[in-house]
Design a binder for this molecule. Structure first.
Ligand code: RIB
Ligand code: CA
Length: 312
């Protein structure tokens, strides 16, 4: 029986790959997609998520909009240099028109899915954590219906935001990230930059996706800007599969090897705002976070490609 999965996402080109990966994985049943602001504004992340589902031929999957801004302070960074101003590598016009939106809010769609699932669902977050923080605040009675939260975000060894110290998803809403990482009710697996920056797709990977069929080719073309930005910033012709790696771990638990750590997020307004740190109050937080710091990222990238190529 496929496991119920909810993905919260800010498409975003690696988000788009992660959504298709979930849809092409028989182990999971993608029951809902919820969308916050993030790489680009909510108007675009919301339309992009629905474009990707249209490309995948899955208008049956409900997509609901959530937070348009962080919980406390205004968003400081977007990521058009990586994802294009449209959020899909400036290729959104090559995607089908978006599927119809679900009329519920992200929080209410997630709540309805959790209530209706025949087993506790997995929530995979691959953008800012605002929607999931709100879900936990509005519906504490549903935490038992969440089996696991798998989060792409954070970093123990240096970030990727403009000032370089924090990771984008956590920096976008540090208060929301701290809430999710330190809550005592739902086990959290964190997939940080420390491992996602080792999960790279090179030219051959992209070319194989291109050759897999017209829809795979659309996804591959979407990666061109991201690949050029990665080459310019990191000097290698590849793309980091941040979000797909987290979603692969959600689909195949145990893909990555984790270390339990008492993590929190710096929420002050200083230069370290948004950095993931050892929890300042080791005795006063929830269970440790399962931090994915090791795994065969080469095999993971190959498995992602195999599944993405089934889109055709
Ligand atoms: O730091 C990587 C994360 O930021 C990924 O989720 C990517 O989509 C961007 O949102
Ligand atoms: Ca993302």
């Amino acid at each position: 029986m496929p496991h119920p999965l909810i993905i919260d996402t800010d498409p975003g080109v690696d988000d788009a790959l992660a959504l298709v990966l979930a849809l092409r994985s028989p182990e999971v049943d993608l029951r809902a997609v919820t969308v916050p602001f993030g790489n680009v504004g909510l108007d675009r992340t919301f339309a992009n998520a629905r474009r990707v589902l249209a490309l995948a031929g899955r208008p049956d999957v409900p997509v609901a909009a959530g937070a348009a801004r962080p919980l406390v302070y205004p968003q400081e960074e977007w990521a058009p240099e990586w994802h294009g101003a449209d959020g899909l590598g400036q290729r959104s016009a090559e995607f089908p028109d978006p599927i119809d939106p679900d009329p519920r809010s992200a929080v209410e769609l997630m709540a309805d899915v959790l209530r209706g699932a025949d087993e506790p669902a997995t929530i995979a977050t691959i953008g800012p954590l605002t929607n999931v923080a709100l879900l936990l605040a509005v519906h504490p009675e549903l935490t038992a219906r969440i089996g696991r939260i798998v989060t792409m975000g954070g970093s123990l060894g240096g970030g990727n935001t403009r000032q370089g110290r924090a990771e984008f998803n956590v920096y976008a809403d540090p208060e929301a990230a701290h809430r999710v990482l330190t809550q005592p009710d739902v086990p959290v697996t964190l997939v940080p930059l420390d491992i996602t920056m080792r999960c790279l797709a090179g030219g051959g990977w992209v070319e194989e996706l291109t050759a897999s069929g017209p829809r795979g080719a659309t996804l591959a073309r979407m990666l061109a800007l991201y690949r050029a930005a990665f080459r310019e910033r990191h000097g290698t012709d590849s793309v980091a599969l941040h979000d797909p790696l987290a979603v692969l771990e959600a689909i195949l638990p145990g893909t990555l090897r984790t270390t339990p750590l008492p993590l929190g997020v710096r929420c002050d307004l200083g230069p370290d705002r948004g950095t993931t740190v050892a929890h300042p109050d080791p005795g006063g937080h929830g269970p440790d976070v399962h931090v994915a710091l090791d795994g065969d990222t080469g095999s993971a990238a190959a498995e992602m490609l195999r599944r993405l190529c089934t889109l055709g």
